[in-house]
Design a protein around this ligand. Structure first.
Ligand SMILES: [Zn+2]
Length: 92
């Protein structure tokens, strides 16, 4: 296994890096991929926030959509009844 050397972003000394996210500097014990970890965590929290906003939006919209669907069904049935009545009247 090839061991890579990486410059520690904390103490600026060369240390062994095994390309693992949780690798730590052998000099200062700082996380070598701190930036990447921060980015991943930021992305994850952003995604979570987006999901929460989306879910809140859906929860807010649902009663409205349910009402619209109900009205649409009622209007549709009414329309068909009126159409049937008109056809019956026109034929008669
Ligand atoms: Zn270090």
């Amino acid at each position: 296994m090839v061991k890579r050397e990486i410059k520690c972003p904390h103490c600026c000394q060369w240390t062994v890096w095994q390309e693992q996210l949780q690798d730590r500097c052998k000099h200062c014990n700082g996380l070598l991929e701190q930036e990447k970890i921060n980015k991943i965590e930021a992305l994850a929290s952003q995604r979570k926030l987006k999901e929460e906003i989306e879910q809140a939006r859906i929860a807010q919209q649902n009663p409205f959509f349910r009402k619209v669907k109900q009205y649409t069904a009622t209007i549709f049935i009414g329309f068909i009844l009126v159409l049937t009545a008109v056809i019956v009247l026109a034929a008669g």
